[in-house]
Design a protein around this ligand. Sequence first.
Ligand SMILES: [Zn+2]
Length: 134
Amino acid sequence: MWISHITVTELLCNRFLGVKDIPSLSLLGFGSIFPDWMEYIGRFRILSHRGISHNISFWLVTYLVANLLLKAYYPYLKWFLIGVFMHLAEDAMTKRGIPIFFGYSKRFALKLFITGGKGETIFVLIVIMLCLVA
Ligand SMILES: [Zn+2]
């Protein structure tokens, strides 16, 4: 769920990476939901759920290209891409998991919980408590 992605990403990056300014937190939040968001144009699905939009290889290539070609914008893109990778890490914890390589059907899944289930809520609560006490 998008609220889980935003909450977990913002709290962990604020607490452990020291991200405190509004532009960086906004980019983190946008990046944390972007892989799901890019699957649609308006109300129409254009990409399969957790296909290329959640492929680690695709985002690593995007990271490298952004780092090489858009160096001037990298301080801004960095937080967006960290948000994206946080999204992928959180989705990798679910039963369905995420694809790893192009053209390779095996998915990486820790199978800790189901998206939108009680396990996800418990995970978010644990992250909140961790950020409060750490
Ligand atoms: Zn997702």
